[in-house]
Every structure is written in structure tokens, then in C-alpha cells.
Design a protein around this ligand. Structure first.
Ligand SMILES: Nc1ncnc2c1ncn2[C@@H]1O[C@H](COP(=O)(O)OP(=O)(O)OP(=O)(O)O)[C@@H](O)[C@H]1O
Ligand SMILES: [Mg+2]
Length: 227
């Protein structure tokens, strides 16, 4: 089996798709896995800006049929790389229209598709998830409750939902992603620091908070990476 394709999804704006992508890249690299980042948020390619000088990256518009063709070809040409896709808000439209292109080539690519679906506490996160799972039935889907939006028990809508059962029946996990202190996440976004760069350049206290958060991130996301 070649290395997996990971999707950091959620479709809703602002739920934490980008920060989850950063956490995932960090977790994979800490496990000595090489990463190819596909940034599909072409109007606000925040993760791409942070990582373009550090790892192999591609900007691909997944609202368009051509983007899905490029995605499959790039996955095919780089079998040894773990592909991490950062998605844009409202990405469900593209997934519903063209997701089949990827879904039906996974076998030829010899790769697993692993989705981390990031949610806040609102209902639409769950409705969009159902749509996504219908469009990409061959993906393993894990749900990532973003702890930035409250403690695990406050995600009652998801915790007690039917969709949770269907996620877990298919082998998916329900995870809780840790919250990073706002001033440190602001450092990453506003200074455009990748995590590695932040670990070199931030003041000691900020680095200590980042170190604490990263160790939580590795514990949580380490459960869903291959290798
Ligand atoms: N776990 C977290 N810890 C700290 N800050 C967070 C966390 N999750 C989200 N945030 C903050 O919330 C904001 C939105 O997060 P992020 O950019 O990751 O969301 P997104 O889903 O990628 O948004 P968009 O749809 O605009 O791409 C960011 O400013 C980020 O700092
Ligand atoms: Mg984003």
C-alpha cells in the first residue's frame, strides 16, 4: 500500500480546518513521514503560505473538475509521500460534483483516503458530514471536535447523533482537538510561521505553550495516522 491521502475537511468556514491541517502535518513529520501539502483553499491559502518553503506543496482548486484530475495525477506521481489536503469553506459542492474522480481511483492509486472532519458545536457541521460521506464512500472518516469551541461534553449534538454511530460503525474515531492559546495561534497566522519556525523564533513562554499543545496534538492525531 502507498501512503495515505488525508483530507482536513469540515466544509464550514472557521471551524479549524487549517489549524487541524497544521497539527496533522506536524504529527506526520514527527513520525518521520514525508508530507506533500495540497492547498485547495486558493482564495486564502493560509497553510500553503506557512509551508511552501519547507515541504513540497501544490495549490489546487477543488471546485473545478480539472483540480480533481490534477489531484489524482499528483497522488499517482508521488506514491511515497503522505498527501495532506487542506480544504476551503464550502468545499462540499466540489466534493459532491467531482469527489467520485478520487473515490474511484483510490484502488489504482493503492492508497487509503482518511478524512479528518473538523466540527464546531453546530448542527450544520453534521449535515455537511452526511453529504460528504455520501460523496466519498470509500474514505475512512474521523470526526474532530475542535476543543476551541468547548469541552468534549459540550458537543452534545454530535455525541448523541446518529451520524456518530455511522462514523464509528465504519471504523472512524471521534477525537477532541486541543485548544492552543490565542496569542500563540495568532503568532502562527499573523507572522506566517510554520510550527518549526515558531519553535525557533517565538519567545520562550510562547514556545512552551506551543510545545504543550503539540504534544496533545500528537496524542490525538497519532491515533489516526498510518505508520
Ligand atoms: N484549536 C484551536 N486552538 C486555537 N485557535 C484555534 C483553534 N481552532 C481554531 N482556532 C482559531 O480560529 C480561527 C479559525 O481557524 P482556522 O483558520 O483553522 O479555521 P478554518 O476552518 O480553516 O477557516 P476557513 O474556513 O476560513 O479556512 C483561527 O484564527 C484560529 O486561530
Ligand atoms: Mg482554512
Amino acid at each position: 500500500m502507498n501512503n495515505p491521502i488525508y483530507v482536513s475537511g469540515g466544509s464550514k468556514g472557521g471551524v479549524g480546518k487549517s489549524i487541524n491541517t497544521m497539527g496533522l502535518i506536524h504529527t506526520l513529520r514527527s513520525a518521520d513521514q514525508e508530507v506533500l501539502l495540497i492547498e485547495s483553499d486558493t482564495s486564502n491559502p493560509d497553510v500553503w503560505k506557512l509551508y511552501k518553503d519547507e515541504i513540497k506543496t501544490e495549490l489546487i482548486d477543488l471546485d473545478d473538475a480539472n483540480g480533481w484530475i490534477d489531484l489524482v495525477n499528483i497522488c499517482d506521481m508521488n506514491p511515497s509521500l503522505n498527501v495532506v489536503i487542506n480544504t476551503a469553506a464550502r468545499n462540499n459542492r466540489g466534493v459532491t460534483a467531482y469527489g467520485e474522480t478520487l473515490n474511484n481511483t483510490l484502488q489504482d492509486l493503492n492508497r487509503n483516503l482518511i478524512t479528518l472532519w473538523v466540527i464546531n458545536r453546530q448542527r450544520d457541521s453534521l449535515e455537511l458530514l452526511k453529504e460528504y460521506m455520501d460523496a466519498l464512500p470509500n474514505s475512512v472518516v474521523h470526526v474532530v471536535r475542535n476543543g476551541y469551541y468547548g469541552e468534549e461534553r459540550k458537543f452534545e449534538l454530535y455525541n448523541e447523533s446518529k451520524i456518530r454511530r455511522s462514523v464509528e460503525d465504519k471504523g472512524g474515531k471521534s477525537l477532541t482537538f486541543p485548544e492552543l492559546a490565542d496569542r500563540v495561534s495568532d503568532d502562527l497566522y499573523s507572522k506566517r510561521f510554520s510550527i518549526d519556525r515558531a519553535m525557533k523564533e517565538l519567545p520562550l513562554g510562547n514556545r512552551a505553550e506551543l510545545t504543550r499543545w503539540l504534544s496533545e496534538v500528537r496524542k490525538v492525531l497519532g491515533e489516526v495516522i498510518d505508520g
